[in-house]
Design a protein around this ligand. Sequence first.
Ligand code: NDP
Ligand code: MG
Length: 401
Amino acid sequence: MKQLVAILGATGSIGQSTLRILEQHPEIYQLYAVSGYQHIAELIDICLQFSPKIVALPQAKQQEFLQLAQQKKLTPVPELVFDEAGLIEIASATEVNVVMAAIVGAAGLQPTLAAIRAGKRVLLANKEALVMSGDIMLAEAKQHHALLLPVDSEHNAIFQCLPEQYFDYRQADKTPQLGVAQILLTASGGPFLNFTQEQLDCVTPVQACKHPNWSMGRKISVDSATLMNKGLELIEACHLFSISEHFVTVVIHPQSIIHSMVQYIDGSTLAQMGNPDMCTPIAHALAWPKRISTHVQALNLFDIQQLDFYPPDIERFPALTLARQAMRTGGTAPAILNAANEVAVAAFLTDQISFMDITRIVADTLDKTTIALAHDLQGILQADQIARQTAKQWITQYGVQ
Ligand code: NDP
Ligand code: MG
């Protein structure tokens, strides 16, 4: 029996890499449903190649989709479903076995939760959804017997370096189990690793989106440049592996060859290595516990020769400290951090604020927003909305309109 796959965010960078893996393994996987948002021509191309049964898109894009479908002679036209309800429908469709959660930002939260509640194998790229909902998402996964597998390269690496039984032993007190001492979360450091404070003050969106090792969507590229991506990943690791933040150490490793490590109490350190290509963690999460082939070249250690490691500079990159504090505070703090960051990154990408303003806005929003316990999703969504308003007020007051 083939595995039927739904890709939330098929037109994005992770979505496209997932399609590359599916196209290599037509005997195992069949694309059942996809979603897109702005890139409708790309969505049509996916339909022409893979013939999914259902497509989720914004209602406002329906006409554009149908016109392009006619122009490009797409037959049969797939069933169209719309907006968040449509995303939830494809994420939880009975036929679907595997859901790739690859929408960027908070927009992916409800569809990802829907896939979890439907008990699917959920490949989690959309880290913002987990950062926002944290323990709620993991509790839902447990309750509905969903298999939540990390696609983020670092978390996928950690998953590969942990003992297989680790997930049965996750403890409420958030201490590492089974001889694990700590997690070493590696970071490339982004395109501005060696920039001075003065240089950082005047970097542009184009510079920020040029990552030295990875090719990614614009939002995560900016997050990598501020190191907020690593901050979000720190929170992601705490939830996925049920550990407190002080068991996670961030290590700058500019070559992006070691994707993260797990240190054990006997002095062993296990690392997962590979060329930086998201197809590897995607293929791993798709096939786990089996392995499937990808086009990714095997590492040639003789070519690499040298691997470097440094501690992060938290003066120039305050995002890491903000995220660590938010995780320590708990409750709705990570959701507030994430919401303010999403608003700030969007403003930076449209030239309304400077690069360093991004973390100023996140810090200011965390200061001004009341942090509550995160009992339920409603409280989290409320905190998200309030934080967005606060961040937007900052931009109205100090940004370039
Ligand atoms: P992209 O920006 O390339 O793709 C985002 C996808 O989400 C697109 O399909 C986009 O549609 C869709 N989308 C955007 N906004 C909305 C919305 N409001 N409602 C519904 N769909 C929407 O991002 P990436 O693929 O780079 O990243 C996706 C997620 O994976 C992020 O959470 C990121 O942090 C995470 N991730 C990415 C990695 C990477 O290497 N790229 C690595 C690790 C994690 P459209 O393009 O049609 O507008
Ligand atoms: Mg990552």
